[in-house]
Design a protein around this ligand. Structure first.
Ligand SMILES: Cc1ncc(COP(=O)(O)O)c(C=O)c1O
Length: 456
């Protein structure tokens, strides 16, 4: 029986050939693909997936090796019947992803769908044109109101609409540091900053962190010793450690920035989860602070809408950078976000995400208990897990993968103090608390073992 089965691989983080095999395993188990089905010929599958025939060949060979399919010369590749005495999987049937820092879903798809319908029946022709690089004023007004709701008062003239937080980060970094220059970051930092540095040629130097976040004296020393003039930091729910900088540390850091004539790129994409957060660092040094926020985590990353608040003196240069990098952020998507802010929908999702973060965090602390480093007062979608003495992070990550849990090793920008060794566990990906608990139990059991056992 032929099938036009096409695997869904766009959201997978595995290599593409493995993503095809994983999708096949899952679809066989769910009954979407049945015994005897003939898979599309390799060339046709490659064309449909827009990938190379070589990748499809590799996927089919791996599927055959796992006993999922058998190839018959001249006839094609067929899904095999399952032999219960010889399980065909050597990989877990289901991967629970604890590596991506996504927000738990709270029904945003339906809300975005209805906002898109409204946009379609509204001023669409205007939104399809070239509009101001800085962003449409009514969109920025809505964003200013939203910032007010999360505790930040800003002047609308200093607000720029970006294509997400990463875009704002690349613009701010480009304005502050030429390629080859040093940017100081927390010693464990966001992987997107590392990608940007690799792409744009910045040198990253890590500044030590403790349980409360960036250490002001260490920052002062690093600014002095390196001559760097740019600091990238996440005062709220630092990723990966999850710390929140206290008011006193923020004040100290603001003084240091002034004294050392330095600038801060303040990444606050998780700030909406902290209703009682101390004032943003950028508000303490508005003349040297570039503040980034995004609607990726409180609404949906695919909208690609974020915002940058920049010092007044940089206004024209930011406009030029927006023009140079993307002309403008997509007005249709900015309109969707603005509409959802005005209708109170974003605030509803913020509340729901905070609640989800609290529930998931509680579960993580219950299950991982002593291994969880510093539970912040406001929980994030991630926790920092300390690695027991004598165990290697990469081995734990590999062991979790064998048992069906995907973890990501931390990105570190300097040799770590052994006390900092650990990994980030992202809590937002699993579809519900049961699935999350299942994955966390696996992580816990691996941590409890005396040594790493990869194959059983
Ligand atoms: C700390 C941090 N900053 C920035 C971003 C980028 O956000 P966006 O998806 O809006 O580009 C992310 C996304 O994961 C993040 O975790």
């Amino acid at each position: 029986m032929p099938t036009d089965w096409i695997p869904s691989i766009t959201c997978s983080v595995e290599p593409r050939y493995l993503a095809i095999v994983t999708a096949l395993e899952l679809d066989i188990q769910s009954g979407r693909v049945t015994t005897g089905c003939r898979l599309l010929p390799q060339r046709e599958m490659a064309e449909r997936l827009k990938i190379s025939v070589g990748t499809v060949s590799k996927a089919y060979a791996e599927a055959e090796r796992r006993g999922l399919v058998s190839g018959e010369v001249g006839r094609g590749t067929f899904v095999r019947s399952r032999d219960a005495s010889r399980p065909y999987r050597i990989s877990p049937s289901r991967i629970i992803n604890l590596s991506l820092n996504v927000a738990p879903t709270t029904g945003e798809v339906a809300d975005v769908a209805s906002a898109l319908t409204q946009v379609g029946s509204g001023n669409l022709s205007e939104l399809l044109g070239y509009l101001p690089h800085q962003g449409v004023r009514s969109h920025r007004e809505a964003f200013v109101d939203w910032l007010k709701e999360i505790g930040l008062a800003v002047n609308i003239d200093h607000v720029f609409v970006t294509q997400g937080g990463q875009h704002g980060l690349s613009i701010a970094a480009a304005l502050l540091a030429d390629p080859g220059r040093t940017i100081l970051t927390e010693s464990l930092t966001y992987s997107g900053m590392e990608s940007l540095a690799a792409h744009a040629g910045y040198r990253l130097i890590g500044v030590p962190l403790d349980d409360e976040g960036l250490i002001p004296d260490a920052l002062d020393l690093a600014l002095k010793n390196t001559g760097a003039r740019v600091v990238y930091a996440m005062p709220n729910l630092q990723t990966p450690s999850g710390s929140i900088l206290s008011t006193s540390r923020r004040t100290e850091i603001a003084d240091i920035l002034r004294r050392r004539d330095a600038f801060v790129i303040e990444d606050d994409v998780y700030g909406f989860l902290c209703p009682k957060a101390p004032p943003a660092l950028s508000t303490l040094v508005p003349e040297r602070g570039f503040y980034l926020a995004s609607f990726a985590k409180c609404l949906a990353p695919g909208l690609r809408i974020g915002l940058l608040v920049a010092p007044a003196a940089y206004r024209d240069r930011v406009v030029n950078a927006l023009r140079a990098s993307s002309w403008m952020a997509t007005p249709i998507m900015a309109q969707v976000v603005a509409q959802l802010i005005r209708a109170g929908v974003v605030a509803r999702h913020v509340d729901a995400k905070r609640q989800q973060a609290a529930e998931r965090h509680r579960l993580a602390v219950d299950i991982l208990h002593d291994y969880v480093s510093h539970p912040a007062p406001d929980p994030a979608f991630h926790v920092w897990v300390k690695v027991p003495p004598g165990r290697a992070v990469m081995d734990i990550v590999a062991q979790a993968a064998v048992r069906g849990v995907q973890l990501a090793p931390p990105t570190a920008v300097q040799p770590l103090d052994p006390g900092m060794l650990g990994f980030r566990v992202c809590l937002g990906g699993p579809q519900d608390l049961d699935e999350l608990a299942e994955a966390l139990q696996i992580v816990r059991s691996i941590l409890d073992e005396k040594e790493t056992i990869l194959f059983t």
